[in-house]
Design a protein around this ligand. Sequence first.
Ligand SMILES: Cc1cc2nc3c(=O)[nH]c(=O)nc-3n(C[C@H](O)[C@H](O)[C@H](O)COP(=O)(O)OP(=O)(O)OC[C@H]3O[C@@H](n4cnc5c(N)ncnc54)[C@H](O)[C@@H]3O)c2cc1C
Length: 343
Amino acid sequence: MNTTFDAIVIGSGISGGWAAKVLCEQGLKTCIVERGRNVEHNKDYPTAHLHPWELPHAGWMPKAFRDENPLITKAAGFGEDTAHFFIKDKEQPYVQKKSFDWIRGFQVGGKSLTWGRACQRWSQSEFESPFKYNYGIQWPVDYAEMAPWYHLVEDFIGVCGNKDGLESMPDGEFLPPFEMNCVEQHMSTALADRYPDRHLVHGRWAHLTEPKEHHLELGRGKCQARNLCMRGCPFGAYFSSNSSTIPSAQRTGNLSILSDAVVVKIIYDDQQKKATGIEYIDTATGSRQVIKASIIFVNASALNSNLILLNSTSDRFPNGLGNDHDILGRYVGFHNYRGYASG
Ligand SMILES: Cc1cc2nc3c(=O)[nH]c(=O)nc-3n(C[C@H](O)[C@H](O)[C@H](O)COP(=O)(O)OP(=O)(O)OC[C@H]3O[C@@H](n4cnc5c(N)ncnc54)[C@H](O)[C@@H]3O)c2cc1C
């Protein structure tokens, strides 16, 4: 294959898929470099059509597996039917000094295959609060600046929800919501009657309840409400890189995908004062290879992106690429998984 591209995108999860789509649509020959195996939409969803009785343990992981892999066993949606899209603790262990569940999906599509699909917009208060209440710094962007981008993403990926007119949960470009069941409906009305300032509303979800023409064109269809999403959806009804951004990039003719290729570092040329390419390990042969491009997007998810940059040392950047302030690898904002507050 070619070893020189206009752009390299490291990682093919939610952000990598988007980067590749946008770069390809701008006419740039783009190569996604992905450490995991290739997962083609539909073809590589081996459990998508299985009934519980067709799975060896009806979908549950046996005790021996759970004992050996306690962390990943806790992940939402992890089970016998979805295990092939998650990294197992035993296979790729890590040290937990403080409790930290690192949920990884190393494959083409990354965690876009197994995410929960909840798609709330941030409100202005989310951008303001860290500074206003003195627990963080001023965001460099605000809601008004982000709103058109939310719009663009929601329209492409397809997000369903109700327009509730709440400042704390801004409305977007929504497809129709799923219907509330009678209990939810009753609860919502009863709350509204008694506490006008409290709301029980629909979450917003990246599911096609009523696909638009551009969704259908990509081969995506209406959500069948099977609740088997994390196996990979044969209808392409929830957003994943595999069903949406990657096919969209592919149809430009500008996309190459290099899977089974663990990026080790970004190559920085001290003379040119530029990043010029990447070095990766071919997981089939163990050999180290180089490919080049003048644009490199790092989308390997929070921890691995830091890791790659820290590994990318040069005379100019002895502590890692762009790490003059020694910030890389610290203060990493990972998914606030099942974090909650109550009162
Ligand atoms: C169970 C679960 C439920 C979630 N639910 C929601 C939700 O409801 N709503 C929401 O907004 N978010 C949710 N998330 C979070 C969401 O999935 C992540 O925020 C999102 O996937 C991050 O996108 P990303 O592109 O940064 O990383 P990922 O999607 O993880 O993709 C990173 C990619 O980079 C690849 N990679 C890593 N290292 C290298 C390397 N060295 N070389 C080459 N490739 C590499 C990986 O294999 C992977 O494919 C959920 C996550 C989990 C685990």
